[in-house]
Design a binder for this molecule. Structure first.
Ligand code: MG
Length: 178
């Protein structure tokens, strides 16, 4: 992917938005030249309280693998949560990842043997997931949080995300009419 000016609107506006992680298919990724995916866990793959992946999640990862797309889990949640979730998946996994910092993502790409140009980030939060990968000039794919928390803090974060989601939709409309 080309280098971008790191304006706030670039850093926080996702490149693609899908209804759920299952809509992010190997054929879509391959068309973009993506060979690696760094993936958030909480509210992207499963709600906080779901400790282990269900069949839907396992099938999706199997599909990625079958198409030669490498995957890693990058979570700001703590090791017990991430390790239990990853027990059946056995992926490179980075708890306490420090997103929007990029260290865990860079480590994961090294382990997967992929470059930033051929790797995308998948998550549910612009302020951590999109920001982390756009700082590295990677593609950001966002899904709406599976189960949004309704605390004041989370509502505040959603409010901050609003203008950037609006910007994403405007860009999509432009593309559609181009
Ligand atoms: Mg999340």
């Amino acid at each position: 992917m080309k280098k971008h000016r790191h304006t706030l609107s670039y850093l926080l506006t996702p490149d693609y938005v899908f209804p759920t992680f299952r809509d992010v298919t190997p054929s879509f990724l391959s068309e973009l030249g993506i060979r690696g995916l760094v993936i958030d866990i909480d509210n992207t793959l499963a709600p906080y309280e779901v400790a282990e992946p269900d069949q839907n999640i396992l099938d999706w990862f199997a599909d990625l693998e079958a198409h030669g797309i490498k995957a890693a889990l990058i979570s700001n949640n703590h090791p017990p949560r991430v390790e239990l979730f990853n027990r059946t998946l056995g992926l490179p996994a980075y708890p306490d990842s420090g997103k929007p910092g990029g260290k865990a993502i860079l480590d994961a790409m090294r382990v997967m043997g992929v470059t930033p140009e051929e790797t995308a980030g998948l998550g549910d939060q612009l302020l951590t997931d999109t920001l982390a990968v756009h700082r590295l000039d990677m593609i950001s794919i966002i899904v709406p949080p599976i189960k949004d928390k309704t605390t004041l803090f989370f509502r505040f974060k959603r409010l901050l995300e609003k203008p950037f989601m609006r910007r994403y939709r405007k860009k999509q409309e432009k593309k559609a009419h181009a």
